[in-house]
Write a protein that binds this ligand. Structure first.
Ligand code: C2E
Ligand code: MG
Ligand code: MG
Length: 580
């Protein structure tokens, strides 16, 4: 049974690959019942797993599931045959092996090929006299054993073989082999929102785009789930691998149209070169994987080539991860509070922003450690602490002021969010209307139906809900129709260039009028200048937040800020910003 806690990403990969394997099993069963080939498959312990009906008819009782390969083919106990067989078994390419024969016996040979978890054998009795039909069937079998059913690209097993061969051939005329590890960005979101059928279609379309970008000397593989790889041989490196990576990244910029819906799914790529970054397949894959991780953390939709400093970053992350486990109990986490202003200048509340005071590194921003906490399953507990802490802090403020708390997707997935929130506001003794929860669209992408219920329940409790960072993710208008938002927070990306960029102005103006039309208030995030503030006020933006209005403050400084408020409008803020 799959566990709920194993993460939706893995579940999707599992279910999509289990669909593949069901299709593969059905094909195989059909083939085994009807083939005229003497075909058999063995697992990694050389035990019989599948066999053709004809083989059973010929060999009788020896052919039972679990039989050892030498019970069927005693010739494999012969040293020469065994060595040749083991070479294929250990990842070498498929080979034909002549079996020793006693006098008077017809010549026999076996064709041995690798499969995902062992080997397959086709016995041939009339060596050299295979019919055209047999030859064709032989080729189909070989294709099935080495290709991915869903996309038609070569499979993981073949990838391992080819990578090993490529590395072995390096030297002389073959200076470098390049490995490009490709991972789709946001594939999980497509599976979650549009279903696994759409996910499978996307993988097929993605495989097509990868295939189209290849040139002579490049070969593509579907490695697992939404992970693909390309091996490049005999090329001028690193130039050619980088060129291919750029064209692959660009190939994923156009939307995929699935069931008439345009879907944007980018690709991130990690590049490594053999023998420089690895002399065997495993080492090289690890290097490409680290480079892929760097591409993902550098904003995705890009390619990165492995270098040693990436190892250092990985090590730092590992260290952080280890100390994050105890950060909460050691009291190293704390909250800053950033004022939310109703124009021109009254404080209506604060947003709680989490920080980590690491004993050696110093203050670490949430963008660095929250993703680690989420990946390690710590965010539920940390999130609960943040909620309680922020609600307690709000009690120290005048009762008209609100406190906004950011929620991470992990808190939604735990299933107990509404209970937790209700318990905390009850235990702290704060009115529900004073609490505002900020969510991003990534929360909405997961398990959408459950999340509507959760948001509705929170809404019924009287808690306000705001949609954070609006404009940066999918910005699907259906969210605005289906969820009970009180406020929409326009991402600072659109605010930063308001003064100079007419497009940003148009977008912000449209978001404000759209939200107002739906009865939703608007907050502008990241307001840094008085010109931005003035423009937003002119356009009827309800609330402003940003360094110009007030930077995030320590809890003890919030009291002072409130006492000084309301200052004498924007002019006073300009004055105090100049003085700083
Ligand atoms: P956010 O919720 O959009 O918070 C606003 C971010 O913008 C904060 O960054 C804030 O310090 C920054 N900011 C505010 N005014 C300005 C400005 O004028 N200019 C610029 N350049 N930046 C400004 P911070 O504190 O680094 O937080 C980053 C993100 O981390 C937050 O984005 C939020 O998504 C997440 N986060 C913070 N605290 C928590 C938390 O307790 N739980 C969860 N789940 N996420 C949190
Ligand atoms: Mg926020
Ligand atoms: Mg935001």
């Amino acid at each position: 049974m799959r566990s709920e806690a194993s993460g939706v990403g893995t579940q999707n990969e599992e279910s999509s690959s289990s669909d593949d394997s069901r299709a593969g099993e059905a094909l195989l069963a059909n083939l085994l019942a009807n083939t005229t080939e003497l075909l058999s498959f063995y697992d990694s312990d050389f035990r019989l797993t599948h066999y053709a009906a004809r083989l059973k008819r010929l060999y009788g009782g020896a052919v039972v599931p679990g039989a050892a390969i030498w019970e069927i083919y005693p010739s494999f106990l012969d040293t020469r045959c065994r060595d040749e067989f083991l070479r294929v078994f250990q990842g070498g390419s498929a080979a034909s092996i002549d079996l020793p024969r006693s006098s008077g016996e017809a010549p026999r040979s076996v064709f041995v090929f690798g499969t995902a978890d062992g080997v397959g054998i086709i016995e041939s009795r009339e060596q050299g006299e295979r019919s055209a039909a047999q030859e064709q069937e032989h080729m189909i079998l070989l294709h099935q054993a080495t290709h991915d059913v869903l996309t038609g690209l070569q499979n993981r097993r073949r990838f391992g073989e080819r990578l090993q061969q490529a590395l072995a051939a390096i030297g002389g005329s073959q200076p470098k082999a390049a490995l490009l590890q490709i991972d789709l960005d946001d594939f999980k979101a497509v599976n979650d929102t549009l279903g696994h059928g759409a996910g499978d279609t996307l993988l097929q379309l993605a495989a097509g785009r990868i295939r189209d970008a290849l040139e002579d000397g490049d070969s593509a593989y579907r490695y697992a789930g939404d992970e693909f790889a390309v091996i490049q041989l005999g090329k001028e490196q690193p130039a050619e691998a980088e060129r291919l990576a750029t064209s692959l990244v660009n190939a994923f910029k156009d939307p995929f149209v699935i069931n008439g819906i345009p879907v944007f799914v980018g690709s991130s790529i990690g590049i490594a070169f053999g023998p420089e970054h690895g002399t065997d397949g495993e080492q090289l894959m690890k290097a490409a994987d680290i480079a892929l991780y760097a591409a993902k953390t550098d904003g995705r939709g890009c390619a990165r080539t492995f270098n040693r400093s990436m190892l250092l970053l990985l090590e730092q992350r590992e260290n952080l991860r280890r100390s994050l486990r105890t950060a909460l109990e050691r009291g190293e986490l704390y909250l800053d509070y950033q004022p939310l202003i109703r124009p021109p200048s009254s404080v209506i509340g604060f947003e709680a922003l989490l920080r980590w005071r690491h004993p050696e590194i110093g203050i670490i921003p949430p963008g660095v450690f929250i993703p680690i906490a989420e990946a390690d399953g710590l965010m539920d507990e940390i999130g609960r602490w943040v909620l309680e802490q922020a609600c307690r802090q709000a009690l120290a403020w005048p009762s008209a002021l609100t406190v906004a708390v950011n929620l991470s997707p992990a808190q939604f997935l735990s299933g107990s969010l509404t209970d937790t929130v209700a318990q905390i506001i009850d235990a702290v003794g704060i009115r529900a209307e004073r609490l505002e929860l900020e969510i991003t669209e990534t929360v909405l992408l997961e398990k959408t139906i459950d999340n509507i219920d959760t948001l509705n329940t929170l809404n019924v409790l009287g808690i306000r809900i705001s949609l954070d960072d609006f404009g940066t993710y999918y910005s699907s208008l259906s969210y605005l129709k289906n969820f009970p938002f009180d406020t929409l927070k326009i991402d600072q990306y659109f605010i930063a260039d308001l003064e100079t960029d007419l497009k940003s102005q148009t977008i912000v103006r449209s978001i404000i009028s759209l939200a107002h039309g739906l009865g939703i208030s608007v907050t502008a995030e990241g307001v840094e200048t008085s010109a931005q503030a003035r423009w937003l006020i002119k356009e009827n933006c309800d609330y402003l937040q940003g360094n110009f209005m007030g930077r995030p403050l320590g809890s003890e400084a919030t009291g002072d800020f409130i006492r000084r408020s309301p200052p004498k409008g924007l002019e006073a803020m300009e004055e105090s910003n100049r003085a700083r």
